[in-house]
Design a protein around this ligand. Sequence first.
Ligand SMILES: [Ca+2]
Ligand SMILES: [Ca+2]
Length: 220
Amino acid sequence: MTAAASSSSQINLTWSASTDNVGVTGYQVYRAGTQVGTSTTTSYSDTGLTASTSYSYTVKAIDAAGNLSGASNTATATTNSGTTPPSNLALNKTGVSSSNEGTSYTAAKAFDGNATTRWASVEGVDPQWIYVDLGSVKKISQVKLSWEAAYGKSYKIQVSTDSGTPTNWTDVFSTTTGNGAIDDISIAPQNARYVRLYATARGTSYGYSLYEFEVYGTDS
Ligand SMILES: [Ca+2]
Ligand SMILES: [Ca+2]
């Protein structure tokens, strides 16, 4: 018998058919020694369980004469964590940038969920910016920048709740000591339809280049 969690509240059980020569008519399923259900097949789904909890199971076969077999081996599984990972609000949303180094490095590449594609600005020019349109106003609380080698040293994160082309920006984060790679930035929850990276000093002689520009939060 095997047990495998399929969610935070369900464990699926499967077992081999009993070879009882009288003819098996079904199975009784036990959780920690207490019967929780029956099955006429060789599988059972135990539902209504608690997240992140270990459960142990056995089965017994029942034959046409009503006799129970001995218990199977004990199978154990732990339900999944009840927390769902936050989703990236910027994923596949429309991006706009101040410049692109080329047609392979457009703003969309920073919002495509692909860690190998990237946006890059033209080389050697400040300032540069890139923003995402979340589609509607959200309450955002985290921005994660995944820089290529061409990182930003001084930049701001700005938000706007404008509709249409954004013109009013509010600073929600600023640094002059950015060090590239991953910049995972927590901010006080902000209403935002647009989220912009506004960069004023480069860490290299190149431009600014982001593999991904992620935004996390909740529906406002
Ligand atoms: Ca990408
Ligand atoms: Ca960093």
